[in-house]
Write a protein that binds this ligand. Structure first.
Ligand code: URA
Length: 209
């Protein structure tokens, strides 16, 4: 099943702190990055290694393991995805960043891209798409469509909280994509918020609530 809910105690503890009603902007922002970091650790756990011979501190030639040419692009979805970016890049500092932004058309209710600045060689990279909340899944599906149109074949989604509705929508459209989440919550309410969720993650990260 390409949904991975990360049960690690640190992940669950940090997510629990984020659910507090009166959390400060500073704490919410820090925890968003920390969870971005821990989700990245999990989402890259199958990256291949290859042996490399190096000269060690003692002058001896020894064999060490290095990542086998996996090139990554991190894809934050504006605006809230930016909140996870530093946490991801802390672990993969050589990754390139491809930013996308989508708005919802008021008539069709479909997500429409208004900004995309993708790395040129995205067809040769693994994409880690980041957005704290996977709610209806419409924006995520449209983002994955966009990446696949550019030839990107290996796509992983990192979210803090997922709603079952969003997971179903993404996996129905893109069954090859793996989703890494700190929690799979109950449902969406009538306003499209995840329950119990975190509230408006973008507002909490940027302090605009
Ligand atoms: N976006 C959010 O920030 N929160 C939700 O619950 C759903 C979408």
């Amino acid at each position: 099943m390409p949904l991975h809910v990360i049960k690690h105690p640190l992940v669950q503890h940090k997510l629990g702190l984020m659910r507090e009603a009166d959390i400060s902007t500073k704490s919410f922002r820090e925890l968003t990055n920390e969870l971005g970091n821990l989700l990245t650790y999990e989402a890259t756990s199958d990256f291949e290694l290859e042996p490399n011979t190096i000269t060690s501190w003692s002058g001896d030639a020894i064999e060490v393991q290095k990542l086998k040419g996996k090139k990554v692009t991190v894809v934050p979805i504006l605006r809230a995805g930016i909140g996870m970016l530093d946490g991801v890049l802390d672990l993969i500092p050589s990754a390139k960043v491809s930013v996308v932004g989508l708005y919802r058309d008021e008539e069709t209710l479909e997500p429409v891209p208004y900004f995309q600045k993708l790395v040129k060689d995205i067809d040769q990279r693994i994409a880690l798409v980041i957005d704290p909340m996977l709610a209806t899944g419409g924006t995520m599906v449209a983002t994955i469509d966009m990446l696949k149109q550019k030839g990107c074949e290996q796509i992983r989604v990192l979210v803090l909280v997922a709603a079952p509705e969003g997971v179903d929508k993404v996996l129905e459209a893109h069954p090859d994509v793996h989703i890494y989440a700190a929690a799979l919550d109950s449902h969406l309410n009538e306003h499209g918020y995840i329950v119990p969720g975190l509230g408006d993650a973008g507002d909490k990260i940027f302090g605009t609530r």
